[in-house]
Design a protein around this ligand. Structure first.
Ligand code: NAD
Ligand code: UD1
Length: 336
């Protein structure tokens, strides 16, 4: 297939591009490099022996997208492009709504005008909000507690309405749980700008000596050791979930939300201790008050992904952390 991948030089996008190139698909990436670097492209080529076409453009730029769809006859689009930092979204909400929501509407309009109506969209488990009990399943009510989460929810709702209005659309809304890990080659991985917000990049930067100490946000939750529990999923398993979703788009009527998680919960302390064992590095930490907006336990019911896509996460926590550590220790400064 000929595929347009928005945000394809980013963390999850680049891993998905590797799997798609390995399967022989033709890939065009569009990315504005707001949170990624072109160095990823040469790493992808080293891993796969193939080069995706790269177009440096913004999904908000309608004429750039229009040119792209005129030049290429795409079979489907995987839409990763977006801003993703929860804290930042509270500070600059208009940028998040503009980039994520307006950018997505522009993309969907250009797709429709060129008759491309197959889409895989990067949604998030954040759309389950604070009031559902894990395991979270796709029938549960959705809500959002911050502008980033609102943008995911708004885009999902736009896609449900779009699919209702025109039966030609086939859309998979993939709700990711907590992607971690890196490609086994150690050549591509997560490369956050500045101080990381998420647990794994923070822990790996403490392990490699770039940050002095982890802060654990609360040890008084109702969990096995009092620290927060999440469903961490290897980014390569997540990438393979996109491949399966793409292959099954013809069997999806309308817009289908699909959880991509392992179904297992792991606590912050389990992550820290496993990271320590695997890396052989000390991970000093302090226990500090809970982070606003956090909940105790989040993990997926992944049965729709299993039944509809024939997909299941296969890589265990040890592999997730080994691959994270290989990436971080081989590339202490990311792609710089
Ligand atoms: P990332 O920041 O590494 O990748 C996103 C890519 O999109 C970047 O390369 C960035 O430069 C690009 N981009 C942003 N705005 C753009 C625009 N207007 N035009 C063109 N390109 C643009 O993030 P990621 O972790 O790979 O996440 C990919 C998608 O998955 C995002 O939509 C994110 O919200 C979603 N998601 C991520 C997580 C996670 O924990 N990483 C969890 C749930 C959902
Ligand atoms: C966060 C976002 C969520 C987003 C997800 C994936 C918030 C409130 N939620 O979720 O919207 O979809 O990332 O991008 O930001 N932790 C620490 N110390 C740290 C960092 C994290 O103790 O320095 C703990 C957290 O309290 C949590 C766990 O580690 O229990 C995982 O945190 P994180 O990686 O930020 O993911 P989420 O909280 O699931």
């Amino acid at each position: 297939m000929k595929l347009l991948i928005t945000g394809g030089t980013g963390y999850i996008g680049s891993h998905t591009v590797v799997e798609l190139l390995n399967l022989g698909h033709t890939i065009v990436i569009v990315d504005n490099l707001a949170n990624s670097s072109t160095e990823v492209l040469s790493r992808i080529e080293t891993i796969t022996g193939k080069s995706p076409t790269f177009v440096h453009a913004d999904i908000c730029d309608r004429s750039a997208l229009d040119c792209l769809f005129t030049e290429h006859r795409f079979d489907a689009v995987i839409h990763f492009a977006g801003l993703k930092a929860v804290g930042e979204s509270n500070d600059i909400p208009l940028s998040y709504y503009h980039n994520n929501v307006s950018g997505s509407i522009t993309l969907f309009e250009v797709m429709a005008s060129h008759g491309v109506k197959k889409l895989v969209f990067s949604s998030s488990a954040t759309v389950y909000g604070e009031n559902n009990c894990s395991p979270l399943d796709e029938s549960m009510p959705t809500s959002a507690t911050n502008p980033y989460g609102q943008t995911k929810l708004m885009i999902e709702n736009i896609l449900f309405d779009l699919a209702k209005s025109d039966a030609d659309w086939s859309i998979a809304c993939l709700r990711y749980f907590n992607p971690i890990g890196a490609h086994q080659s150690g050549l591509i991985g997560e490369n956050p700008n500045g101080i990381p917000n998420n647990l794994l990049p923070y822990v790996s930067q403490v392990a490699v000596g770039k940050l002095p100490k982890l802060q654990i946000f609360g040890d008084d939750y109702d969990t096995q050791d009092g620290t927060g529990v999440r469903d961490y999923i290897h980014v390569v398993d997540l990438a393979l979930g996109h491949v399966k979703a793409l292959e099954q788009l013809d069997n999806i009527d309308g817009c289908q939300p699909i959880n991509l998680g392992t179904g297992n919960g792991t606590s912050v302390l389990e992550i820290v201790n496993t990271f320590k064992d695997i890396s052989g590095q000390d991970i000093p930490y302090d226990i500090v008050p809970r982070r606003v907006g956090d909940i105790a336990t989040v993990f997926a019911d992944a049965s729709i992904a299993n039944n509809l896509l024939g997909w299941q996460a296969k890589r265990d926590l040890a592999m997730m952390i080994e691959d994270t550590w290989r990436w971080q220790s081989n590339n202490p400064n990311g792609f710089a």
